[in-house]
Ligand binder design. Structure first.
Ligand SMILES: Nc1ncnc2c1ncn2[C@@H]1O[C@H](COP(=O)(O)OP(=O)(O)OP(=O)(O)O)[C@@H](O)[C@H]1O
Ligand SMILES: [Mg+2]
Length: 577
């Protein structure tokens, strides 16, 4: 993994881990708050329900009490005591009173417990009402929750009612009145509690229900939140808490709160993602600031290692990395300067050597010249009879040495002032042809052969200079075979160009001398300058080629001149083709 990726990942982790760790307590705190809020709302709803039940109970109590004390009830008691009561008339009374007071349950009970008149279930007259009997057994004026069978448009059905009774004085009659909780009242309860309400009978059957504001938590949210803490439902008993006649189930809406919690959690997750992404981006950015110069440094180091001392990093960031880059660039510049100084020193040393040998070469002919002059002067002073002869010989020797001096100086100036080659594509066979044309009449005993591979590409060559090289090589080969022998000049394909080879059958060159023969003024010949091969190699190198010697003592020598082919450099020589 690259440094950039590693840094980006590390940054993202550093940002994500604390954020993710914070997510758990935040979510828990939110759930806790939500649970507490929900429980508080349920408590409030239960209190509102209890208050409403108490109010309805009180209404039933006062209605029963007021009816029992009223003149109609007294008149009924009097008629009953006097035996003047018409049963049909009595049976109607309870219905009238019930309607007048807005009650749902009303019965007039005789002292023996039988129903005299029933508003909610007229057919009960003359019988004991089993639904009301337990209430009548209790104290008067206390409303109690009961399931009471009641005749309605759908037939006789049980309704949950809060029922209270009161005595009619005198005579022992009793009036029981009650208010039912179903229907409209259930809706009122739901509105009061702010939730959904269900009335459940003792067997769990639903007697009545009313929906609340309908703000339930969606299933997805419920799953995400892992359910809400606390009871989502509260059951409030109606009547005796130990054996309630019914229970009221309240559910308060929690969806809105849960949605708020989801919103907060969503925002938190978004912040987590955004923070992680931003951190990763920052890491990548920082890494690129570090890796770009490091990459440039690596590339520059590779170039320097390959020998290119001109390589520089260039990008210089601030800080330690910048310091490193600047040191690297400075070091490379120092190396380049050092190499230039070394090359300069080497050139000076080489020229010093050349000058030393040149001086030696010049001194050699000077000795015979000085001696000849001395001899001439001496002969003249003594007026020697053979002076003419001596003069002739002496001046001949002087002239010969002067000729040699001239040759040395000429060769040296050629060596020193070698012009830059003017390269153009030249067919190799043409070069071979031209070189051998000068040896059309070889010395006696010498056989010259040529061998040019067909289809060779043209080489990039300064025709005159390359010809001079080939001539030098052929002349050296002939000079190595004074008694004659075989000499060949060949041209073959070589990597990137053509190799010309001059092979002789002379004595060869000792391994130790193979490199020395290319030094200026190295010669083993009495009249040689030792500049021939030095000049030849320089020409080859200035052509981008090479000149090498190979030999085994006693088996002749081969000189190989390599030149670049012109095809690869059409662009430079395009005009010539
Ligand atoms: N074909 C060869 N076989 C053996 N020795 C050789 C051959 N060619 C060159 N040499 C050796 O290399 C030396 C240097 O050769 P170079 O051509 O530079 O100078 P030179 O031939 O001695 O003098 P000049 O070229 O001025 O006549 C020669 O003196 C000789 O000793
Ligand atoms: Mg030579």
């Amino acid at each position: 993994m690259t440094l950039r990726r590693q840094l980006a990942l590390a940054f993202a982790l550093f940002a994500a881990v604390p954020l993710a760790a914070a997510l758990v307590p935040v979510s828990r705190a939110l759930s806790g708050a939500l649970g507490a809020e929900h429980a508080a709302r349920l408590d409030g709803a239960a209190a509102a329900l209890a208050g409403e039940l108490a109010r309805l109970g009180a209404d039933a109590e006062s209605a029963a009490a007021e009816l029992a004390r009223g003149p109609d009830a007294e008149a009924l008691a009097r008629d009953l005591a006097a035996g003047r009561l018409d049963p049909a008339d009595a049976a109607r009374r309870a219905g009238e009173w019930m309607a007048a007071r807005g009650l749902d349950v009303l019965a007039v009970i005789e002292p023996d417990g039988r129903v005299l008149s029933s508003g909610h279930l007229p057919g009960r007259a003359g019988d004991v009402d089993p639904d009301l009997a337990p209430i009548l057994a209790g104290p008067p004026g206390v409303a109690t929750g009961r399931l009471v069978a009641r005749a309605g448009p759908d037939g006789v059905v049980p309704v949950l009612a809060l029922v209270a009774w009161a005595p009619v004085e005198p005579g022992g009659l009793r009036v029981a009145g009650g208010l039912a909780l179903g229907g409209e009242r259930a809706h009122r309860l739901a509105a009061l509690t702010g939730g959904a309400v269900r009335l459940l009978g003792p067997d769990g059957a639903v007697l009545a229900e009313a929906e609340g504001p309908g703000d339930e938590l969606p299933a997805v949210a419920r799953r995400l939140l892992g359910g809400l803490p606390g009871a989502p439902v509260r059951l409030v008993p109606v009547g005796d808490p130990a054996a309630p006649a019914a229970t009221v189930e309240i559910r308060v809406a929690s969806g809105g709160l849960a949605r708020a919690q989801l919103t907060v959690l969503g925002a938190f997750l978004a912040a987590l993602a955004a923070g992680t992404l931003a951190a990763a981006a920052a890491g990548a950015l920082l890494a690129s600031r570090v890796t770009r110069p490091v990459e440039a440094l690596r590339a520059a180091a590779a170039r320097v290692a390959a020998g290119d001392l001109e390589a520089r990093v260039g990008i210089a960031p601030a800080g330690e990395l910048g310091e490193l880059v600047r040191s690297f660039d400075a070091m490379t510049a120092d190396l380049a300067a050092g190499r230039a100084r070394l090359a300069q020193a080497e050139r000076i040393a080489a020229w010093r050597e050349v000058a030393r040998r040149l001086a030696h070469e010049i001194k050699n002919p000077l000795t015979p010249i000085a001696m000849s002059v001395e001899t001439l002067r001496d002969a003249k002073a003594r007026a020697r009879p053979d002076f003419a002869e001596i003069f002739d010989e002496g001046t001949k020797a002087i002239a010969e040495e002067v000729r040699r001096l001239k040759k040395i100086v000429d060769e040296f100036s050629r060596f020193a002032r070698l012009p830059a080659p003017e390269r153009a594509p030249v067919p190799p066979e043409e070069l071979v042809q031209a070189a051998l044309a000068l040896f059309s009449a070889p010395p006696p005993g010498v056989a010259i052969t040529r061998d040019v591979e067909p289809g060779l590409p043209p080489v990039l060559a300064d025709r005159d200079q390359i010809l001079q090289v080939l001539l030098n090589l052929v002349r050296n080969g002939l000079e190595a075979m004074p008694a004659g022998g075989r000499l060949s000049l060949s041209a073959r394909r070589a990597p990137g160009g053509v190799a010309f080879a001059v092979t002789d059958a002379g004595p060869g060159i000792a391994a130790a001398d193979l490199e020395r023969i290319f030094e200026p003024y190295y010669t083993t010949k009495p009249g040689g300058t030792g500049l021939g091969l030095a000049i030849a190699r320089r020409i080859a190198e200035e052509h981008g080629g090479a000149l090498e010697a190979s030999s085994r003592a006693g088996e002749g020598a081969t000189f190989t001149l390599r030149l670049l082919e012109a095809a690869g450099t059409i662009g430079a020589t395009g005009s010539a083709s």
